[in-house]
Design a protein. Structure first.
Length: 103
């Protein structure tokens, strides 16, 4: 796992997380999942449980999103570094799963 702290928000990326590229932004007692797009923009993930707890203050969610927007290049690098930390066995497993699905 890799992480950075910017603007009071801790962002983390995990080696075994699946695409699309995303980070977990932690602020106060909540966590939100933020997708990172190729055009170097960010957005709140559309997946279930993107905000935990679900009643996290709107101002806190906004603070995390604004921090992500300001530091998108750093977050992209964090995602890339975390994905690069996959072990050989993880990459082998991912390739065999893709082959099994015919991709």
């Amino acid at each position: 796992m890799g992480s950075i702290r910017v603007d009071g928000v801790r962002f983390a990326a995990f080696p075994n997380d699946q695409a699309p590229p995303h980070v977990h932004g932690e602020y106060r007692s909540g966590t939100i999942i933020i997708d990172i797009f190729r055009d170097r923009t960010v957005g709140l993930s559309g997946r279930k449980r993107a905000i935990v707890p679900s009643n996290m203050k709107a101002a806190d969610v906004k603070k995390v999103l604004l921090a992500a927007e300001r530091h998108v290049d750093e977050l992209w690098n964090l995602w890339e570094e975390a994905r690069g930390r996959q072990t050989k066995n993880d990459r082998r497993r991912d390739r065999s799963r893709s082959r099994a699905r015919g991709k």
